[in-house]
Design a protein around this ligand. Structure first.
Ligand code: ME8
Length: 535
């Protein structure tokens, strides 16, 4: 089996800056990418921006700038936000790049030459929000687009069409024969039902100006989805002078998309790949939405929360942890936010409770009590010797945790995986309470025969913290880095891999470093009170 791991996210429309929904998708993908790197995989993590089409054209017009200027401004914003969120992508594609545009044209010509793209007149109901035609039966009871709650417009054009119908049977068989292809499994039937009525789709637009021109027909531009979907292979150099990454990394292990765009990825994308004679990705994973009061956060609806507002208040890792811990990846999850009178973000109490309990208390306090307090006071900060009796069932529990985390991540059960890591954090916390090393220190001062056990308890705590730092690093990279620094281990946290999750690696004699709290408690109530007092 290949040791490569290619994963992608959807490329976001650059009609507006990123919101919490986009951040959600990118954070989850980043956790998977970081986890797989830890497992020793040669990871290639691709993200990017979908810069063509009506939505982007319109946004530029509203701003009074050219689409090029608009896209550059938005791209800067996205890249800035992803950096703040510590998203470790390996490549960031923009569909306005020459390399991409040239490759898409070649793909179009190939499909045309083999008879998979043909020209015909067409009239249909078009939703500009989805950039897709709808059949009447797929609209809601009021005749509106189910996602955007807007009436689609009647559009008639002479367009180029892609012969999806030719590949329908093959796609159906692929979905049925490969149970892991569409995940979560619960969405499989939805795709199979949609596939039944799927017709050839138009893959060019006469009314749109901002896009890749149809080769040999300047009046039309290539349909934004045919343009955008191909990013997953053009970014690897497909149909370019250097396709070494394509040869090395394709097919993708997982392509992460929201449930609203599953049909594009589970039907149109496989049809393109079949037509090109390319393997299909191993898995299309479709996640749920972040909602506010049950409504999807969306640029079109306008109920957005900026990731920056959350980062400023809760730090990057507070947001990352909460998102993975509280949302069930395949389902929708409500972000119970409170807003100020001017509609700006005020706070999210469930987030505060969660990060205070798990990050500030259970993880942060454990580290603080052991390294900055007891170890500094009693052992000059030096990691003491192991003592078997003090280790209880920790070595065994850690092996089990490692297996559980790996299994959950392989199933994209991100929430389960982080819960398993925190079972270990909570176990450590309880161990510290029950062993009460501060009492052991006093007893050891009076009776030296207690010392080996006391030291063994400290070693057990420190070794568990070392393993927690590695296991938790994909979710909370900044906090675990601070934890790692306090442990004083020479090799970097980034250099650790799955084999380092083994009991007994921490060397006695290592010099730990007292440090600040790795995640200070959030106290909005106090902040609210002091605000009121000062006003
Ligand atoms: O669909 N919760 O771009 P996009 C969770 N350009 N995920 C959300 C979300 C929410 N509230 N809102 C959006 C596009 N997303 C196309 C993709 S791929 C070849 C082209 C997710 O900016 C959404 O489901 O509308 C999608 O996966 C991604 O953000 C980009 O959405």
């Amino acid at each position: 089996m290949k040791n490569t791991y290619f994963l992608t996210t959807a490329i976001d429309y650059s009609n507006a800056p990123p919101h919490l929904g986009h951040a959600y998708e990118k954070i989850t993908a980043d956790v998977i990418a970081r986890h797989q790197r830890l497992r020793g995989k040669d990871v290639f993590f691709l993200m990017g921006l979908d810069e063509h089409g009506t939505k982007n054209e319109k946004a530029a017009k509203e701003k009074g700038v050219s689409p090029e200027v608009h896209c550059d401004e938005i791209a800067e914003k996205y890249i800035e936000t992803w950096a703040k969120l510590n998203i470790s992508y390996d490549s960031f594609i923009r569909t306005t790049e020459e390399k991409h545009k040239e490759a898409v044209k070649k793909i179009f010509i190939r499909l045309q030459e083999q008879g998979d793209i043909y020209k015909k007149s067409y009239q249909g109901l078009y939703c500009f929000g989805c950039e897709a035609f709808y059949l009447e039966k797929d609209l809601d009871e009021k005749g509106l687009c189910p996602d955007h709650k807007r009436a689609p417009e009647l559009v008639s054009e002479e367009n180029y069409f892609f012969k999806i119908t030719k590949y329908k049977q093959k796609i159906k068989e692929h979905i049925i024969n490969n149970p892991g292809f569409i995940q979560p499994e619960s969405r499989k039937n939805e795709v199979l039902n949609l596939l039944e009525d799927f017709e050839d789709i138009s893959v060019s637009r006469e009314t749109v100006k901002w896009g890749i021109k149809v080769p040999g027909d300047d009046k039309q531009v290539i349909y934004v989805w045919l343009d955008a979907l191909n990013n997953y292979i053009t970014a690897l150099g497909f149909e370019s002078n250097d396709d070494s990454n394509f040869k090395k990394f394709w097919p993708a292990r997982v392509q992460i998309v929201g449930k609203d765009i599953l049909r594009f990825h589970a039907i149109i994308w496989p049809a393109i790949l079949f037509a090109l004679g390319i393997d299909l990705p191993e898995c299309i994973y479709s996640h749920g939405f972040i909602t506010i009061g049950g409504t999807k956060i969306s640029k079109t609806i306008g109920n957005v929360i900026k990731p920056e507002d959350l980062i400023n208040k809760y730090q990057t890792d507070g947001l990352r942890y909460f998102i993975i811990r509280e949302m069930n990846y395949g389902n929708d999850g409500d972000f119970a936010a409170e807003f100020n009178e001017d509609k700006s973000f005020s706070k999210c109490e469930i987030l505060e409770n969660r990060v205070n309990a798990d990050l500030a208390n259970n993880l942060g306090n454990s580290l603080n009590r052991i390294v900055s307090s007891i170890l500094a006071k009693n052992c000059e900060g030096i990691v003491p010797e192991r003592f078997l009796e003090a280790e209880k069932d920790f070595p065994d529990f850690i092996e089990k945790t490692k297996d559980k985390v790996g299994e959950s991540m392989d199933k994209f059960a991100l929430q389960d995986s982080v819960i398993s890591v925190w079972d270990l954090v909570n176990k450590l916390n309880k161990y510290i309470d029950s062993e009460a090393p501060w009492n052991l220190a006093k007893r050891a001062a009076e009776d030296s025969s207690v010392t080996p056990y006391f030291h063994g308890v400290l070693y057990t705590c420190l070794e568990t913290l070392r393993i927690i730092a590695i296991l938790a690093s994909p979710y909370i990279p900044e906090i675990t880095q601070k934890l790692w620094e306090q442990l004083g281990i020479n090799e970097s946290l980034q250099a650790q891999n799955w084999d380092n999750i083994k009991w007994g690696i921490l060397k006695s004699g290592t010099e730990t470093k007292k440090g600040d709290l790795i995640y200070p408690r959030i106290d909005s109530k106090l902040a609210d009170k002091s605000k009121k007092r000062s006003s």
